[in-house]
Design a protein around this ligand. Structure first.
Ligand code: ASP
Length: 323
């Protein structure tokens, strides 16, 4: 029987609805710890609860705490896999950060719930069991951090929360899920390329995330320079374009050595320097904007935060971490 380290961090999976089903909050005991002894037929479970937070309260420092906890537990005892329960709102961010920085070979699987423990049709225990089954599965090795939700398996790089309330709350919009779960089996549809790791010990810098819109001017970007942000990620328009009125702000950031990373606000596709008009991708690239392919804004922000622990040279950031 395999040894699985279970880490509960909070979220709806650990919460309870009030008697009228109107509001949801943290209760006195985590319902997931109460079921642990019933799951010993799946694996030998060791449970850690470093904190119990709604996931909008999670910071990058909590993510580092989780990374260090997993690494030290994996070094000090025999751990064959890790299951993390987490709130769904920011699950994809913690998943992505751990995928990028965690130094361990064992499968790490995250899950959560859209319905709290005492709601009708609660999906918490179901998803938790599916995550443990995935963590003990031999084929889960070498695929990077996996997110298990509603009978699907997703990679940390691709997965995103797509629904506010539905139990099918997660999707890998571009690639589709990497695998599926039934009551009898776990099937992977394809292999995955692991992310290039970044060695991160602590995060001290600040990176802002801004979404582009019609008529966007330079004021927000210039304010970010005045507020001494260390980097800016912009969810640009289409293939990687901005309104011409925002270009002065980009120039201000870059002349102050503040890296600007561009992703697209489109749900699918990659960005590239195609358009040659003012504010078009070609002009932005020539100015020194870093084009980041295939990540959402929130994940590109975590990647830039991680990369900034290694260098703040814009050319090195571009060539080594975003090309
Ligand atoms: N707001 C909750 C959280 O992210 C939602 C959830 O867990 O599903 O903590």
């Amino acid at each position: 029987m395999k040894n699985i380290l279970v880490i509960h961090t909070g979220g709806t999976i650990s919460m309870e609805a009030d008697t009228d089903n109107e509001t949801v909050d943290i209760g006195d005991t985590n319902p997931m710890t109460m079921v642990t002894k019933d799951l010993n037929n799946l694996a030998r479970l060791t449970v850690r609860e470093p904190f119990q937070k709604p996931s909008p309260h999670i910071t990058v420092h909590d993510m580092i705490e989780l990374k260090l906890l997993i690494e030290s537990e994996c070094q000090s005892k025999k751990v064959d896999g890790v299951v993390i329960t987490h709130g769904t709102d920011t699950m994809e961010e913690t998943a992505f950060f751990l995928d990028l920085t965690l130094e361990t070979d064992v499968p790490v699987v995250m899950t959560g719930a859209m319905r709290s423990s005492n709601e009708t049709g609660s999906d918490g225990l179901y998803n938790f069991i599916a995550a443990i089954r995935t963590a003990v599965n031999e084929e889960s090795k070498g695929k990077g951090l996996l997110v298990v939700f509603n009978d699907e398996i997703h990679t940390a790089k691709e997965v995103t929360k797509i629904h506010t309330t539905n139990a099918a709350g997660f999707q890998s919009i571009v690639s589709g899920p990497v695998g599926m779960i039934t009551n009898k089996s776990i099937t992977f549809h394809y292999g995955c390329l692991p992310q290039k790791k970044i060695k991160v010990k602590e995060i001290t810098k600040r990176v802002a995330l801004v979404k582009a819109y019609t008529g966007m001017d330079s004021s927000i970007l210039e304010a970010l320079k005045d507020l001494k942000y260390d980097g800016v990620v912009i969810e640009a328009l289409g293939q990687g374009n901005l309104p011409p009125s925002a270009v002065r702000g980009i120039e201000t950031l870059l002349t102050n050595q503040i890296p600007v990373v561009l992703v697209s606000r489109c749900l699918k596709g990659i960005i590239q320097d195609t358009y040659n008009y003012p504010g078009g991708g070609k002009q932005l690239k020539e100015l020194g904007v870093i084009f980041c392919r295939g990540l959402s804004g929130q994940k590109a922000r975590l990647k830039l935060l991680s990369a900034l622990t290694q260098t703040d040279d814009i050319l090195v950031l571009n060539d080594k971490y975003f090309s």
